[in-house]
Design a protein around this ligand. Structure first.
Ligand code: MBD
Ligand code: FE
Length: 311
């Protein structure tokens, strides 16, 4: 049985009524988007002959997704967040903006409020026996190649279990462990002294992993470090680096990997003098190029709900 009712007047009227399209009340944009998305869903139900059982399974799935607090995690896993990057990249090409460090997705695990240090910050607040020391350093420049003074470089990453502070299901980490912020001086340089992260995996019992299981997909990311880089004189950069050699670099469930964002990892000694927990350590040099404001403002600043802790 495959009925087609989508084009009928009854269904088209129902859609308009549900979105309150013919009233002057409500928010015009909310109504436009609701009408379109609901219509696309109705059409898909018709086209694929989705059964009531399938629809109610989906409705209940949305409930579980909210209960688990995983809507933003699913957005990453389904490539929705990557799609927004693809669109912003295309907007940049259209506006002839080139040459900056590539953006990649923010993900759902940022926490605002880390203390801002000058030039260097040690961010491994908690002991982690399974993680070796890591220094991440580089220079922030504008597209003119000149160092950017007073840029704020924020970074956040997982521990050796793949868990992020504030979102750690074991409750083991203190606020702001492996999260930091550094302000550059006239040389544009920043440095984080930290520990080597391990890749993230979706909560095994959560709604996101449940859908990924149904799709025959895994829910893992390669080891990575997130960055926000902000400055008055440039646009904000949201990006990440992957840890070279991780087997999942080209198999990230959130599609964040970009060729330019896999810097070399170099073995170094002399960590003791830097106050690291071992003399042998690894170093990543990640230089960052910011793009100019567009007519005096950041035309691609993304507002979304973010966790914040105030000291
Ligand atoms: C992460 O650490 C992450 O960066 C993304 C995008 C999704 C889930 C966990
Ligand atoms: Fe992450």
């Amino acid at each position: 049985m495959s009925v087609k009712v989508f084009e009928s007047k009854e269904v088209q009227d129902l859609l308009k009524a549900a979105a309150n399209l013919e009233s002057r009340d409500g928010d015009a944009r909310a109504k436009q988007i609701t009408h379109r998305l609901l219509g696309d869903l109705f059409k898909a139900i018709d086209d694929l002959d989705m059964t009531p059982d399938e629809i109610w399974a989906g409705v209940n799935y949305v409930n579980k997704l909210g209960q688990d607090g995983e809507a933003a995690l699913l957005a990453a896993g389904l490539g929705l967040e990557k799609f927004l990057d693809i669109r912003m990249d295309a907007e940049d090409r259209e506006a002839d903006i080139h040459g900056g460090t590539p953006r990649t997705i923010e993900g759902p695990l940022y926490v605002a409020g880390a203390a801002v240090r000058d030039g260097t910050s040690r961010i491994d607040l908690d002991a982690d026996d399974d993680a070796g020391p890591l220094v991440i350093r580089g220079t922030v420049t504008g597209s003119d190649g000149k160092p950017v003074t007073d840029a704020v470089v924020e970074c956040w990453h997982a521990n050796s279990k793949g868990f992020y502070s504030h979102f750690d299901p074991t409750g083991a980490q203190s606020d702001f462990n492996l999260r930091g912020a550094v302000k550059t001086g006239a040389d544009g340089q920043y440095e984080f002294r930290t520990l080597m992260p391990v890749g993230y995996g979706c909560p095994p019992q959560g709604a996101t992993q449940r859908l990924l299981d149904a799709l025959g997909r895994h829910g893992n990311r390669p080891a990575h470090v997130h960055f926000f880089v902000t400055s008055d004189k440039t646009r904000k950069l949201t990006t990440q680096i992957n840890i070279e050699g991780d087997p999942l670099i080209w198999d990230d469930f959130a599609y964040a990997t970009r060729e330019e964002l896999v810097p070399h990892v170099v073995e170094k000694t002399g960590g003791a003098a830097l106050g690291l927990k071992a003399d042998a350590y690894r170093q990543i040099e990640f230089n960052i190029v910011l793009t100019p404001l567009v007519q005096g403002k950041d035309n691609q600043l993304v507002n979304r709900l973010r966790a914040a802790i105030t000291a």
